[in-house]
Design a binder for this molecule. Structure first.
Ligand code: UDP
Ligand code: MG
Length: 340
């Protein structure tokens, strides 16, 4: 009898606890992190903050975190971020120990996201913050990767536009995973997608490809990419070419295949040519032109061999870098409390 009473009381207690917990838990809003890699962006940061601030305040359903990754800026970027944090505690920042480049800055950011989803944005307002509500809505409907697709790019040279068009089309053709064309890093990721991404610790990163690699439920939002609001772009053609090589080599081994196929074809051709030379010499006793043909064949084959070696070298260098297993980045300081 007594035991039954005790059990009943315990049950009632448990139920009360559950009710209290669920009411308490219901009060806490989910958090969305807006993650912004910034390198020498002093000219545009305040303007950026003001635009994002309006949007963050408009969306009442969620708490926001505005996470800046200071990628070793040499100007006042970090000071400005700190001053903004004084005003608005939703701002957190990670200060990297030097300039690591945007790809690594982003992966550092992923490690410090506290929200239930993350929106990656450039600091220069090329990605319109006004798209955030729509992204959030699609996330609520169950999408894990809501990515911005550029319907047009204003303020960029036709060379950059054409080369990026060609590059994406080539990459799409040769890589094994479907690559989203005309998309940048501007997107919302669910916590599921974020967790998947965090497991990819490769040092030579082509993040745009990694977004495709992880899969999950994706949907595009079209937008017009605005010109940079202030300050200067950090990209130059050398960096773009490097990124393109990164993209190709980290997503496909087709260049290796091409060089071996080319090798076979050239061997076949040279074999036929050799037959011709032998037959001419044996049966027709014709004199064979020496120096010019020899020279051109040697130079041609030498060139092909060097290209082949270079391609192998590119892949070997990647193997070399990955085997070192170095940490991706080092930080000076993190503003927030990691365990919230
Ligand atoms: N960025 C960075 N580290 C770098 C270069 C750029 O964190 O080494 C950031 C930069 O502050 C900006 C974003 O990456 O928020 C995009 O850079 P940028 O606008 O220069 O590139 P573009 O839009 O011209 O491709
Ligand atoms: Mg930009």
């Amino acid at each position: 009898m007594n035991l039954i009473m005790k059990a009943k009381i315990l049950m009632i207690r448990k139920m009360i606890m559950i009710i209290i917990l669920s009411i308490g838990g219901g009060d806490k809003l989910k958090t969305i992190t807006v993650m912004v890699p910034a390198y020498n962006e002093e000219k545009v940061l305040e303007q950026f903050y003001n635009r994002v601030f309006d949007i963050m305040n408009k969306i009442k359903k969620y708490d926001f975190e505005l996470l800046f990754i200071n990628d070793g800026s040499t100007d006042k970027t970090l000071d400005i971020i700190k001053a903004l944090r004084e005003k608005d505690k939703r701002i957190t920042y990670v200060d990297l120990s030097r300039n690591f480049g945007k790809e690594i800055a982003m992966s550092a950011g992923f490690d410090y996201v506290r929200g239930d989803s993350v929106i990656i944005m450039d600091a220069d307002l090329q990605d319109p913050p006004e798209l955030i509500p729509e992204m959030v809505e699609l996330w609520e409907r169950g999408y894990d990767d809501v990515y911005g697709k550029r319907s047009s790019r204003e303020g960029e040279s036709w060379i950059k536009k054409t080369s990026s068009y060609v590059f994406y089309r080539v990459l799409e053709k040769v890589s094994k995973v479907p690559i989203q064309t005309d998309t940048g890093d501007f997107r919302l990721l669910s916590s599921k997608a974020l967790e998947s991404l965090k497991q990819l610790r490769e040092t030579q990163r082509y993040t745009k490809g990694l977004f495709s690699l992880i899969g999950h439920k994706k949907i595009a939002i079209e937008y017009v990419r605005a010109p940079r609001a202030a300050g200067k772009t950090k990209w130059n053609y050398l960096k773009l070419i490097n990124l393109a090589i990164e993209g190709i080599t980290s997503f496909t081994t087709i260049p290796l295949r091409i060089s071996s196929i080319l090798g076979f074809q050239i061997s076949l051709l040279s074999f036929l040519y050799m037959l011709k030379v032998i037959i001419e010499k044996l049966f027709f006793n014709s004199s064979i032109p020496g120096y010019p043909s020899l020279m051109s064949v040697i130079l041609f084959l030498g060139g092909i061999q060097l290209i082949g070696l270079g391609i192998i070298g590119e892949y070997l260098a990647r193997v070399f870098n990955e085997t070192k297993q170095r940490p991706l980045y080092f930080i000076n300081e993190y503003s927030g409390e990691k365990d919230e």
